[in-house]
Design a protein around this ligand. Structure first.
Ligand code: PLP
Length: 390
């Protein structure tokens, strides 16, 4: 079955809900059993990590539907939902480490994941090392006997470096480490994490799965080998996603294929236009043929999304303010993956420790929404006119 077919049908079982197309929103803490045997059976299934509804913390039929859909699309054994994308990044790390262990994180990791590692993980006695996202097989030199987790994120947050995930995973597995990937940019459609050696594939479902800027949710799909550890740690930490957000995510998921295609095309159109502006130093977008990550992107990815970076040549503060203050369509706001276009300034000074950011000028992060590319380009054109006039 092709992806566009799978995404429509994965995880759905309308007959379970009197033919209703979308799994209903079930608000639940208590889930009653009819008799002692059923109660014991439910407890046994839960203890073994088997699907079922036992207590609201572990979700209900709606939660299972979304988890099943994500597991199928990602190509993992099973998936679990989290109340945020950040929780879906950090709980899996916690699941596999103990005091005295060592974890390797890409220097391009999502900022809040980095804060968790530097703060809580370090406080719990876990050593953290950041590595160059372009390390590839060179990760071998950084592996220690106590390295339990290798965390990858490709393309990297803000800087969009593409990692050689299969090479890193091969080394990690030889050293008995678990490979966790933040796969939000690639989505299950454009990066097949498990075919590239990943053990846990994380989505900030807040982004493209939700797709409408109105929910916070995370998911993690896992191989059968690591699933029990991931699942039990998740519930031990009391992670539970709200049923309304789970509902919205599964609703958003059904159109992700068509939305992504449009985000990808529009993002590339904007990138092509932007690279011709004299104030632009560089575009950070691995789908552009001259991007340093393009070869790996072409080898491993099936597509792009609408998120990319722009490095500007140094400009004055008033010019930058003029650029930002006056957009008609682009919103200035965090997060991405919704239907509307966004632009934010990103400051890379001091947030990389294993690598050096070589540019002096300001950096932008753009999210290409579903608007007409021509209208978005006109909005950007006006911004550059304001910048030049300032
Ligand atoms: C947004 C984001 C997250 C976190 O998701 P939230 O739902 O906002 O907690 C994690 N990783 C990446 C790459 C993100 O962009």
């Amino acid at each position: 079955m092709r992806d566009e077919t799978k995404i429509v049908h994965a995880g759905r079982d309308p007959q379970r809900f009197e033919g209703v197309v979308n799994p209903p929103v079930l608000h639940a803490s208590t889930v009653l059993s009819r008799n002692l045997v059923e109660w014991e059976e439910k407890r046994r299934r839960y203890a073994q990590g088997l699907p079922g509804t036992f207590y609201g913390l572990m979700g209900t039929a709606g939660t299972r539907a979304l988890e099943d859909a994500l597991a199928e699309l990602e190509g993992g054994y099973r998936a679990i939902v989290f109340p945020s994308g950040l929780a879906a990044c950090v709980v899996p790390i916690l699941a596999f480490v103990a005091a005295g262990d060592h974890v390797l994180l890409t220097d391009s990791v999502y900022g809040p994941t980095r804060r968790f590692a530097n703060g809580m993980l370090t406080r719990l006695g876990v050593e953290v090392t950041y590595y160059d996202p372009l390390v590839g097989r060179g990760i071998e030199a950084l592996m220690r006997p106590n390295t339990r987790v290798v965390f990858v994120e490709s393309p990297g947050s803000l800087t969009f470096e593409v990692q050689d995930v299969p090479a890193i995973a091969e080394v990690a597995h030889r050293h008995n480490a678990v490979v966790i990937m933040d796969n939000t940019w690639g989505t299950p459609l454009h990066f097949r994490a498990f075919e590239h050696g990943v053990d846990v594939s994380v989505q900030a479902a807040t982004k493209y799965v939700g797709g409408h800027s109105d929910l916070i949710l995370g998911t993690a799909a896992a191989t059968e080998k690591v699933w029990p550890t991931l699942m039990h740690s998740t519930y031990a930490l009391g992670q539970c996603a709200a049923p309304d957000d789970v509902y919205l995510a599964q609703r958003g998921l059904r159109t992700m294929h068509v939305r992504l295609k449009r985000h990808w095309e529009t993002g590339l159109a904007l990138a092509e236009w932007l690279r011709k502006q004299p104030e632009v130093e560089r575009i950070l977008h691995p789908a552009l043929p001259d991007d340093p990550g393009h070869v790996l992107w072409k080898r491993d990815f099936r597509g792009a999304c609408g998120l990319f970076g722009v490095v500007l040549k140094p400009v004055s503060r008033p010019a930058l303010e003029a650029f930002f203050d006056g957009f008609g369509l682009f919103g200035i706001g965090a997060s991405w993956g919704g239907y509307e276009s966004l632009v934010i300034p990103v400051d890379l000074t001091g947030i990389r420790t294993a690598t050096k950011w070589p540019y002096q000028g300001p950096c932008l992060r753009l999210h290409a929404g579903l608007e007409a590319p021509e209208d978005l380009i006109a909005d950007l054109d006006a911004a550059f006119a304001r910048l030049r006039a300032a």
